[in-house]
Design a protein around this ligand. Structure first.
Ligand code: B12
Ligand code: SF4
Ligand code: SF4
Length: 321
């Protein structure tokens, strides 16, 4: 194939390869057809960094240029292929939010970074088997890629006021996986309308008032950041945030701005096999508090919770008791 010529079968081949791995929702977009839109998204990203909303997540600042220019990750990149991987929508831990403890739903089962990456590597191999010259790079969460931006360009949902990608059918309880591909698909951005309308439930229900505006999150106030990303072991200096964190009873992550979203109702009500996946540590206060460091490491091995160190786990328990 001539360099830069369009591979008209790429879209269907990639979608078929993803379906074979169980990904029912996927989409592709040609990088060259997204330049203007990407500039708008990067301008927002830069404003977010200027406000220092990233807190201790220095990698978001360091990876800024790679986010603006995916060819710094894969020099030959021409298309971005995205998939959605739903996770269990049933609550994990106490559901009333009064007594706790609570854990974010996505923490069930095997670490999604490893699981999703392996599946996407198989998808990439399938796509490549029909075009030996094709280069591919799989990115899941930790690569410097604006995942929600690309998934929205691929027509997989809109970016809700809670900043999450919302698919009209399956809501937001899903991970995003990305494969950068070296062939042109010829497919332009296919952004869905934003169906949030006048709703503002997510903004109103955030206990720590982490949203400074719609689509704008001060991560430093978000319970997900405070429990999972913040490395400092001393309590934060914001008394209001500390008191709301204590009341909220989340040990790891937070799902409140998704629980209230009408687009997640359907999945929450469905009997959902994904919700039956194992969770590695006990869900009672006394068992949690008596778990030793070695036990914590052993029980959480291979799960997403293992990304949180035992010292952070202790800090989090102390902050909500
Ligand atoms: C850093 C990070 C966090 C931080 C900051 C969150 C945030 N909102 O930025 C913290 C630790 C708080 C966090 C929390 C969570 N996270 Co997180 N996180 C990330 C990560 C690694 C980077 C996100 C980022 O770049 N943030 C910086 C801000 C500025 O970017 P942004 O909000 O995406 O906005 C960009 C675009 O979306 C766009 N944009 C946003 N709004 C609008 C509006 C308009 C009009 C326009 C034009 C553009 C636009 O412009 C921005 C620049 O590109 C991504 C993975 C990845 N590589 O992308 C996962 C990711 C976003 N997280 C994810 C998840 C699951 C969560 C939690 C639900 C986990 C939990 N239960 O605790 C919470 C949700 C909290 C929330 N309401 O966002 C999923 C989201 C899946 C989805 N359905 O959207 C991701 C995609 C990981 C994955 N691979 O699946 N996360
Ligand atoms: S995850 Fe929780 S703390 Fe973070 S923005 Fe959503 S509701 Fe607020
Ligand atoms: S709760 Fe309402 S405003 Fe927030 S993301 Fe869902 S639909 Fe949009």
């Amino acid at each position: 194939m001539l360099e830069n010529s369009i591979d008209h079968s790429l879209k269907d081949r990639a979608a078929a390869a993803a379906r074979q791995e169980g990904f029912l929702y996927s989409g592709i977009v040609d990088l060259g057809l997204c330049e203007t839109l990407l500039t708008i998204h990067i301008a927002r990203y830069d404003r977010w960094l200027e406000a220092q909303f990233e807190g201790e997540m220095g990698y978001l600042k360091r990876g800024r240029d790679r986010r603006a220019n995916p060819s710094l990750l894969l020099p030959s990149v021409q298309s971005v292929f995205c998939v959605l991987a739903p996770y269990g929508a049933k609550p994990l831990g106490d559901t009333t939010g009064v007594s706790g403890p609570r854990f974010a739903r996505y923490l069930r089962g095997t670490d999604y970074h490893d699981e999703l990456k392996s599946s996407l590597n198989r998808v990439a191999e399938r796509i490549k088997s029909q075009d030996v010259k094709l280069e591919a790079k799989v990115c899941v969460d930790t690569s410097a890629v604006l995942e929600r931006t690309w998934a929205s360009f691929c027509g997989l949902g809109w970016i809700g006021k809670n900043t999450l990608l919302i698919h009209p059918k399956i809501g937001s309880y899903h991970f995003i996986g990305v494969i950068l591909l070296s062939a042109r698909s010829g497919v332009g951005p296919n952004c869905l309308p934003n169906y949030c309308g006048h709703c503002s439930r997510c903004l109103d229900s955030c206990p720590t008032r982490a949203f400074t505006n719609e689509n704008l999150l001060d991560a430093r106030k978000c319970i997900s950041y405070l429990t999972l990303e913040r490395k400092t072991l001393e309590p934060g200096s914001d008394d209001f945030v500390n008191s709301k964190l204590r009341e909220s009873k989340w040990v790891a992550g937070c799902d409140i701005c998704q629980e209230v979203c009408p687009f997640n109702r359907k999945r929450e009500l469905e009997a959902d096999a994904l919700s039956e996946k194992t969770f590695s540590i006990p869900l009672g206060w006394s068992e949690l508090e008596s778990i030793s460091e070695a036990e914590y490491r052993e029980k959480t091995a291979g799960s997403s919770l293992n990304r949180m160190k035992p010292t952070q786990f202790r800090r989090n328990l102390a902050a909500i008791r």
